[in-house]
Design a binder for this molecule. Structure first.
Ligand SMILES: [Ca+2]
Ligand SMILES: [Ca+2]
Length: 195
């Protein structure tokens, strides 16, 4: 009897470890602030491009976050080219109002982003920093961008096959490429290759 109990406990620990390897305790529930002005929105559906997601790592302003390849593959993603108007820390928060994807992930890349090599060029990855299982990069993360440089924001999902609408609010020093600077040409051609 006792031996069986030990076996069961050992088995539960093993299963728990396997399932928890990507999900850490969700202690952060950041919400968009009133002073976040820019909005990025879209929909993930069967026409969206897919990639093999990564996870983990910490913020690397040198585009070298040590992220890990996830065992979960082929999730839909949306891609935004963004740039910063100032070198102040940025904020990018998935807004629960207007988002019906239950578990988002977000990754910020330096230029270029290669969906075939999603571990490359990562500034920061976040799973559940926003409301519930939604994602957020907050001021506290200390992410600063070089004004005028292009960065790529990838909005995707924790699990494979998830679809839905999303709304992302950003601090007002974050804009989509081309709305301020002059790299719209390369961004248009890159974006076209995913559609
Ligand atoms: Ca999440
Ligand atoms: Ca959360």
């Amino acid at each position: 009897m006792k031996f069986i109990n030990v076996l069961i406990i050992a088995l539960m620990l093993l299963v728990g470890t396997a399932m928890a390897d990507e999900k850490i305790a969700d202690t952060q529930n950041a919400l968009p602030n009133l002073n976040t002005l820019s909005v990025l929105s879209g929909t993930l559906d069967e026409n969206s491009p897919t990639y093999d997601r990564i996870f983990g790592g910490s913020v690397s302003l040198e585009c070298a976050s040590q992220v890990i390849d996830s065992s979960q593959n082929g999730m839909y993603f949306a891609l935004f080219c963004i740039e910063a108007s100032t070198s102040d820390p940025i904020e990018i928060i998935v807004d629960p109002t207007g988002t019906n994807i239950s578990d988002t992930v977000m990754t910020l890349y330096c230029d270029p982003f290669d969906p075939g090599d999603a571990s490359f060029n990562v500034v920061s990855y976040d799973d559940d920093g926003g409301d519930g299982l939604l994602s957020a990069f907050t001021i506290a993360d200390g992410i600063t961008l070089t004004p005028g440089d292009s960065y790529f924001l990838v909005l995707s999902t924790f699990g494979t096959g998830a679809m839905g609408d999303f709304v992302i609010n950003t601090s007002d020093n974050v804009t989509e490429c081309g709305t301020v600077a002059t790299e719209a040409g390369s961004w248009d051609s890159l974006k076209a290759s995913y559609r």
